[in-house]
Design a protein around this ligand. Structure first.
Ligand SMILES: C[S@@+](CC[C@H](N)C(=O)[O-])C[C@H]1O[C@@H](n2cnc3c(N)ncnc32)[C@H](O)[C@@H]1O
Length: 289
C-alpha cells in the first residue's frame, strides 16, 4: 500500500494549475468555516494541512492577522514558493509555511505543537491522499483535545458534471484515481470518515456547496490547467493514458474536449463540495480514542 509520504501528488504544480488554485480563497472556499473562525479569540492557531500554493492559507492570514496560521505541504517546491511570497501576499501577519507529511507530524511540528492547534483544516487534501483512512484521525490528534476543531472541505470528484459533456476525460480521471488508490467519492463520505476517526455524530456539523465554473476566466483556469497537464508527456495523466494504451487520437479527444469547454459560451462545470466542522469537547479524547 502506498503511504501518503510515498505518493506523488497526481495533479502537480504546473503554472496553469497554480493559476487555477489562485481562485481559491476564504470567500470562495471557506464560507462554511468563516463564522466559526470569527467566533474564536483573534490569536487562535490554525494548521492548514496540504496547503499547496497557499492561496487559502494567505487569505486566512490576511483575514486574521493576529492568528498563528501554519501551512504545511509535502511538496518542497510549493513551500519554498509560498515562503518567498509571505512579505508580498500577507505582510504583517503571523503566517508561516513548513514542509512535511501530515501523517508524520513530528517531522514538521514540535512536541508542544502536536495537539495544540485550535483549528486543523484541510481543503481538497483528503481527495489527493491514497488510502486516506488515517488522515482525519491524524488531524484530530493535532487539534487541542479540549475545544479543538477539525475542518474539512472536499470535492466529491465523481459528482462532477460538465457541459458540453466530456465523458472521455471523466473516464480517464476515474481510472487514474482508482489505480492510484484515490477515491472519487470522498466528499459524500466525509461524515463517515469523521465518525471512523473517533468523532461523535453530535460533534460534527456538515454542509455542502457547489463549485460552479461558468465565466470565461474560470473556464480557462480549469480547462487550461488540464490542457497544460495533457501537453506534458511526463505528467501523471499522460503517463497513465500511455499505460492504459490510449492512442494519440484518444489523447487528442481529451484535449479537444477541454478546448471546447473553454470556447463554448454555454459551458458549465459543477462539482459538489462537502464540508464538515468537528468540534472536540472537554474530556473527549479519553472517551473517543
Ligand atoms: C488539491 S491540493 C490542495 C491545495 C490547497 N489546500 C488548496 O485547496 O488550494 C492537495 C495538496 O495536498 C498535498 N498533500 C498530499 N498529500 C500530503 C501529505 N501526506 N502531507 C502533506 N501534504 C500533502 C499536495 O502536495 C497538494 O499540495
Amino acid at each position: 500500500m502506498a503511504s501518503a509520504a510515498q505518493a506523488k501528488y497526481h495533479i502537480g504544480f504546473k503554472p496553469e494549475t497554480i493559476k487555477l488554485f489562485e481562485l481559491r480563497n476564504v470567500s470562495t472556499c471557506l464560507q462554511y468555516l468563516l463564522p466559526t473562525l470569527e467566533s474564536l479569540p483573534p490569536t487562535f492557531s490554525l494548521l492548514d494541512v496540504g496547503c499547496g500554493p497557499g492561496s487559502i492559507t494567505f487569505d486566512l492570514a490576511r483575514h486574521f492577522p493576529r492568528a498563528t496560521i501554519i501551512g504545511v505541504d509535502q511538496s518542497a517546491e510549493v513551500i519554498q514558493r509560498n515562503r518567498a511570497s509571505v512579505e508580498v501576499l500577507a505582510p504583517g501577519t503571523r503566517v508561516e509555511f513548513r514542509q512535511g507529511d501530515l501523517l508524520r507530524p513530528e517531522s514538521f511540528l514540535t512536541p508542544d505543537e502536536i495537539g495544540g492547534f485550535d483549528v486543523v483544516h484541510e481543503h481538497t487534501t483528503l481527495i489527493c491522499i491514497p488510502h486516506n483512512e488515517p488522515v482525519l484521525r491524524q488531524m484530530k490528534l493535532l487539534a487541542k483535545p479540549r475545544g479543538g476543531i477539525v475542518a474539512c472541505r472536499d470535492g466529491d470528484t465523481q459528482s462532477q458534471v460538465l457541459w458540453p459533456p466530456c465523458p472521455e476525460n471523466a473516464a480517464l480521471q476515474e481510472r487514474i484515481y482508482r489505480t492510484n488508490g484515490l477515491e472519487t467519492q470522498t466528499g459524500r463520505q466525509l461524515i463517515r470518515k469523521a465518525l471512523e476517526a473517533g468523532f461523535r455524530r453530535d460533534q460534527i456539523t456538515a454542509s455542502a456547496s457547489v463549485l460552479s465554473t461558468i465565466t470565461a476566466p474560470e473556464r480557462r483556469a480549469y480547462a487550461g490547467s488540464m490542457l497544460d497537464i495533457l501537453a506534458d508527456e511526463n505528467s501523471e495523466y499522460r503517463r497513465a493514458a500511455a499505460r492504459f494504451g490510449y492512442t494519440d487520437e484518444q489523447v487528442d479527444v481529451l484535449r479537444e474536449n477541454m478546448q471546447r469547454f473553454i470556447d463554448a459560451e454555454d459551458a458549465w462545470r459543477l462539482l459538489i463540495c462537502t464540508e464538515i466542522i468537528c468540534r472536540l469537547d472537554d474530556g473527549e479524547r479519553d472517551a473517543g480514542s
